[in-house]
Design a protein around this ligand. Structure first.
Ligand SMILES: [Zn+2]
Length: 303
C-alpha cells in the first residue's frame, strides 16, 4: 500500500475492515519497561564530539572547487555505467547542491562536520509530499528529525521505538530547545487509524498507528456528526496534540519543559491550499498521559 499517497475515494474500502483496538496489543514485546527506563544510557557521540577526522581543507580530493555542473556527457557516461534516468536526475541535484551550497558555505559545512547543535527536533510523517526540509526551509544542522507513519509520538508505555530513540538523543545528547510535531492533510496513516475496527492489528502499520487511538476516540466523541473524511481531517490535528501530550510521558522531556529549557509545539501542513497552523500544548491545563485531558494555546495560522 502506498501510504500517504492515497485517494479519498478508496479510503473506506481500504480501512473499514479494522475494528477497535485494545491498548495492550504490544504487551508481549518481552521488554520490561521499568528496567528499560531505569537503565542509564550513555549517548555518544554528543554534540561536543571531538574525535572527528575531517578531510583536509580546500584542495582535498573530497572537497574541491572543481566544476560540478552536470553535462550531457555525464548523462551519457552514467547510462554507460548502468545508471538509470531516475538516478541521473538525483545525481545532478546532488552535484548542484555541492556546487551551489556546500562549496559556497564550506566553512559552515566543516563546522557541521565537527559537531551538530540543532535547535529543533522535528517529528513529521513519511508522506513524500510533506518534507519539512522543503516546506519550512530547514537548513543542514538546524533540525534533528524523525519521520514515521502519521507523525505519531507513542507514550512511554509503548516501550522502545525508533521515535523514542530519536527523541532521547535529541533531548539528552543534543539538548534541542524545541520539539515540533507536524501533521498534515490527507494523511493515509490517520486514515488507517480512523478505519480500524477490530482488536487485532494485522500489519506493521496498524500496530503503529494504534498509538493515536486516544485521538481517534476524542474525534469520534467530539465530532460524531462529521463524515469519515472530515473526521480524518479532525483527527490529523487531534493526533498531533495527543503526541504533544505523549511527549510529557517521557520524564526527561517533562522535566526540561517544566524547567523552561524545552518547548513543545504542534503544527499542521495543509498541502491542498498551502497553509500551516502552529499551536502549543497548554501544559498547565493538560494531563500527563495521552488518553487524559489536554488543551492547547497560542494558535497561529500561516497563509
Ligand atoms: Zn501522513
Amino acid at each position: 500500500m502506498a501510504w500517504c499517497t492515497r485517494y479519498r475515494a478508496r479510503r473506506i474500502n481500504l480501512n473499514r475492515c479494522f475494528a477497535s483496538l485494545t491498548p495492550k496489543w504490544n504487551d508481549g514485546s518481552g521488554v520490561g519497561l521499568e528496567s528499560f527506563e531505569d537503565s542509564r544510557i550513555t549517548l555518544a557521540p554528543s554534540k561536543e564530539r571531538k574525535a572527528v577526522h575531517l578531510p583536509e581543507e580546500i584542495g582535498s580530493p573530497r572537497i574541491t572547487h572543481k566544476s560540478t555542473r552536470f553535462t550531457g556527457n555525464d548523462v551519457a557516461k552514467a547510462k554507460a555505467d548502468g545508471g538509470s534516468d531516475m538516478f541521473d536526475e538525483i545525481r545532478q541535484r546532488f552535484l548542484e547542491f555541492k556546487s551551489n551550497k556546500f562549496l559556497k558555505e564550506v566553512a559552515h559545512f566543516q563546522n557541521l562536520a565537527r559537531a551538530q547543535s540543532p535547535k529543533f527536533m522535528v517529528i513529521a510523517c513519511v508522506d513524500s509530499r510533506v518534507c519539512p526540509t522543503n516546506v519550512l526551509g530547514l537548513q543542514p544542522g538546524e533540525a534533528f528529525m524523525v519521520r514515521n507513519v502519521a507523525n505519531l509520538v507513542p507514550a512511554i508505555e509503548f516501550g522502545p521505538s525508533e521515535t523514542g530513540a530519536a527523541l532521547e538523543f535529541a533531548v539528552k545528547a543534543l539538548e534541542v530547545e524545541s520539539i515540533l510535531v507536524i501533521g498534515h492533510s490527507r494523511c493515509a496513516g490517520i486514515e488507517a487509524l480512523m478505519g480500524m475496527q477490530d482488536s487485532n492489528p494485522r500489519n506493521h502499520v496498524e500496530r503503529w498507528v494504534v498509538n493515536g487511538r486516544a485521538a481517534k476516540l476524542r474525534t469520534e466523541v467530539t465530532a460524531p456528526h462529521l463524515s469519515f473524511d472530515q473526521q480524518c481531517t479532525h483527527c490529523e490535528k487531534e493526533s498531533v496534540t495527543q503526541s504533544l501530550n505523549n511527549l510529557l510521558t517521557y520524564p526527561w522531556i517533562k522535566d526540561r519543559v517544566e524547567e523552561g529549557l524545552l518547548s513543545i509545539s504542534g503544527g499542521y501542513y495543509d498541502f491542498v491550499d498551502c497553509t500551516f497552523e502552529k499551536w502549543n500544548l497548554d501544559i498547565e491545563g493538560s494531563g500527563p498521559n495521552g488518553g487524559k485531558r489536554y488543551s492547547t494555546k497560542d494558535h497561529q495560522f500561516w497563509c
